[in-house]
Every structure is written in C-alpha cells, then in structure tokens.
Design a protein around this ligand. Structure first.
Ligand code: TRP
Length: 320
C-alpha cells in the first residue's frame, strides 16, 4: 500500500529535545520513504486559550525548527491550517458524522479541559478532534506518527473516515497511528518535559543557555553515577539524554563517569547535547525569516491543491 504520512504540531513555542527524539528524528527518516505532510496546526492553538498570541512568530519559529533538524521542503509539504480553506471546510460534513456524546467522551479533551485555565470551555475544545480528522483525511493520510495522548483523536479520524465511506461511498483510507519506540525523556527537573515549565532544552537554545539549563538540572547526593531508572530517575534521565545525543547506551556512560559525581555527569551531558545540536544550530543560522516565509507559502500551495481535490470528491460523493 502507498502510505501517506501526516504529522503536526501546535505553534505555541519552540520545539525541544523531547520533540526531537520523540518525533522529529522519525519524520526525517519517514520523508525519504513516503509522501509526507507536516502541519503547523495554527487553528488548534485557540482550543485551550482565548487568543492565538504571537502566532506569526511561533509559526515562523516552528518552521525554522523543522528545517534546522532536517525536514526537507523538497520532500515534505509543510503547511498551516489557516492557509487551507478547503481543509477547514471538511469540518462541516465531518461534524455531521459524530455525535455530541462521542465528542464528550474523548479522554484527551477531558484532560485538557481539566487542566485548562480558561473560564469557559469553548465549542472548539469539543470539536477540534474532528478538525484534526480533517487534517489527516484531507491528504488521505494513512500513517500518523503520534504520542499516546493523540490516540483518541486518531480513533475519531478513523470513525469519521469509516462513517463517511459507509454513508457516501469509499473515499477515505483508514489512518493508522504510528507510535515511537524511543524512551520517554523527562524534563531536567524530573517532571514532564515542557517549555512552559522551564525544564526543556529548546532546539534553538544557545550553547550557554544549554549549559545553564543542565547546570540547574536536578540530580541526587550519591557520588557514584549509576543508571537506575526507578531509584535514581533524575540521574537516569540525564544519562538517557546524553545517550540519545551520543548514540550510546546510558549504562555505559554511567560506568565511564563512575565516581565523578554530578559535576562530571553534567559536563558529559552538556558536551553531548551541544555537540548534537551543533549542526542543527548551524543550519538554523543559515536560514532567514524570508526563507521560512517562502517555504511555507510553497508548502501551503501544494497542500491546498490536495485539499481542493479531496473536497471536490467529498462534494460529489455527498451529491452536492
Ligand atoms: N494535536 C496535536 C498536538 O497537540 C497536533 C496536531 C494537529 C496533529 N493536527 C494533527 C497531530 C494531525 C497529528 C495529526 O500535538
């Protein structure tokens, strides 16, 4: 079967090493194997906040992050929601395929509502998984590399595709989730890695910023460095991070550091991360904001052509 890959991110802030090892590295490999669409999900930014914020800056930075890590616009189509009216229009027929109670049962939506700081839950919060189905189905995406939290949304996309095909005839393939096998990186404080918690190393961080973040990372008082994920999660996480950057086993690094303590551990991690980020920083420095705008405009044009064709098929199938 000829797979089509679709992935995306909300443009809410810079991508970090967790994103890199969790999904970006995989995309760089996938772009050589399949047609790939990478979505800057700008309309999804306003699901859990009232205003889009610095959306233009975040969009440009996200695009620069993609290019810096090696997503190649000659292979992958990078595009944004707000530039593709035909994708957004798919939301109308798709919403008719899903019941209100099905929307209310989505565990990821429930979780986001529970953690939201908004005074009221908007209609978009309940319906964005259907919009996300349009993200996937507009290009007849079949492979969707995602984290665990996105699995309920993938079920919505499958439901929408299945019901559309049942009611109106075969149009959409059923998309499949693709889960990474990478170890989960935690933040430098041992919590969930997240830009807003200040515990993440952004791909765009400078060498000095990187060193400062790692210097502040939580460790423990034991001098002998060992890789024990249960008993010493913070030390293990730092070893995992260095291991990923160096392509080496964390246990081996621990043995080399031995009784060098947290100071040596942090030096090893800092060097590993900075060495790893060097080519990414270099590529980023070579790109201008003008390059980013042009590349996004080209991607938007390609994605839009695809969306126009799918919407036309949908209209014909439905008899409009
Ligand atoms: N919801 C995803 C996130 O928060 C972003 C996203 C939007 C997405 N549309 C998508 C992911 C389609 C995969 C497929 O990270």
């Amino acid at each position: 079967m000829n797979d089509v890959v679709l992935t995306g991110d909300r443009p809410t802030g810079p991508l970090h090493l967790g994103h890199y090892f969790g999904s970006l590295a995989n995309r760089v490999l996938l772009q050589d194997l399949h047609p790939m669409y990478v979505l800057i999900a700008d309309y999804q930014v306003i699901t859990d906040r009232d205003l889009p914020g610095e959306i233009r800056r975040h969009t440009t930075e996200l695009l620069l992050d993609y290019l810096a890590v090696g997503i190649d616009p000659a292979k992958a189509t990078i595009f944004q929601h707000s530039a593709i009216p035909e994708l957004n229009q798919l939301l109308l027929p798709f919403l008719s395929l899903v019941s209100v109670s099905e929307l209310g049962r989505n565990p990821t939506v429930k979780d986001e509502i529970a953690h939201s700081t908004q005074s009221a839950v908007s209609g978009l919060m309940f319906t964005y998984p259907v919009h996300q189905a349009a993200d996937i189905l507009f290009c007849k995406g079949t492979l969707v590399p995602v984290g665990r939290d996105q699995l309920p949304h993938l079920e919505v996309a499958r439901l929408v595709a299945r019901r559309f095909n049942e009611r109106y005839g075969q149009v959409f393939p059923l998309p499949e989730a693709m889960m990474g096998a990478q170890p989960l990186l935690k933040g430098l404080d041992g919590g969930k890695m997240s830009k807003s918690r200040g515990n993440a190393i952004a791909l765009s961080a400078t060498e000095d910023e990187t060193a400062a973040l790692i210097r502040k990372a939580r460790t423990d008082a034991e001098r002998l460095i060992t890789f024990e994920e249960e008993r010493r999660p913070e030390v293990a996480n730092l070893l995992t991070l260095a291991g990923l950057c160096l392509g080496r086993a964390p246990v081996e690094l621990a043995e080399e550091i031995g009784d060098g303590g947290a100071v040596t551990l942090k030096r090893v991690v800092t060097e590993a991360v900075n060495e790893f980020l060097r080519p990414i920083r270099k590529r980023r420095a070579e790109l201008t904001e003008g390059d980013a705008r042009r590349i996004l405009a080209e991607g938007n044009e390609r994605a839009r052509e695809r969306a126009v064709r799918t919407l036309e098929e949908v209209r014909v199938a439905m008899g409009f």
